[in-house]
Write a protein that binds this ligand. Sequence first.
Ligand SMILES: C[S@@+](CC[C@H](N)C(=O)[O-])C[C@H]1O[C@@H](n2cnc3c(N)ncnc32)[C@H](O)[C@@H]1O
Length: 270
Amino acid sequence: MSKPFLKWAGGKYKLVSFIENNFPKTAKRKRLIEPFCGSAALSLSLEFDEYLLNDINSDLINLYQVLQKEKQGFIDYTKQFFTVENNTEQAFLSLRDLFNQSANIEERSALFIYLNRHSFNGLCRYNSKGKFNVPFGRYKSPYFPEIELQEFVKKSDRIKLSCADFHVVFNQAQAEDIIYCDPPYVPLSETASFTAYSQNGFNLQEQKDLANYSEITAKKSEIVLISNHDTQFTRNIYANAKLAFVEVQRNIAAKSESRKKIGELLAIYE
Ligand SMILES: C[S@@+](CC[C@H](N)C(=O)[O-])C[C@H]1O[C@@H](n2cnc3c(N)ncnc32)[C@H](O)[C@@H]1O
């Protein structure tokens, strides 16, 4: 099972088997669509004839496009940023500035991988002006995910990419597609609001819209599945779906004492 080459908040690598177990046993695995692909943990782990990966984060999709086109050449170029000298706060801040100023897609994409491995908790967050603003992560020796990048390249001829709001890819659904949706989580409580994705948060109305789109789209595709926190709100909006439950160990804060088991659900529209 190939691991994603990016660290991603809410990444589903550990839940791949749980999600896959809820696919119809007879499905032909022609195409997997991920409207909220992030690090694409599911697509990189499972075998399908084709994949459609979409995300609203343009830095992410540009990076996938560059890697798809330039393959090992881009991997070698990116590797040059992973040096001992570049693992200091000063070097990090100047490379972060370079990323924020750069209009060169190759340079920005390579620096996006550098930032992903050198930023605090591997977070991806932008300020109101669209500038990446996560502080230095202080990792002893940041890992360069060469093997994982090569695994992406091996699959890349079968991957179609799109950078749009989720509903745009829903409109492309066909009869045999399996659609796996992993939107930003709804907050666990009224006060918590973790919306560190792209420049836009994802509000509760959008969560409801996604549930409605999924119910409609399931009728013209194989199946639509949605991951989310298990809360009263999600149980309400997914009332017309079949639900499956799982508990995951999460690092809520940096301290290990605050590791907690969190309930997640999978809403299944057949
Ligand atoms: C929980 S993450 C997905 C994680 C992914 N399943 C993985 O394993 O890495 C949610 C993703 O939704 C994206 N996103 C947020 N709002 C969106 C929207 N309106 N349309 C499409 N993608 C969106 C974010 O950029 C983020 O990458």
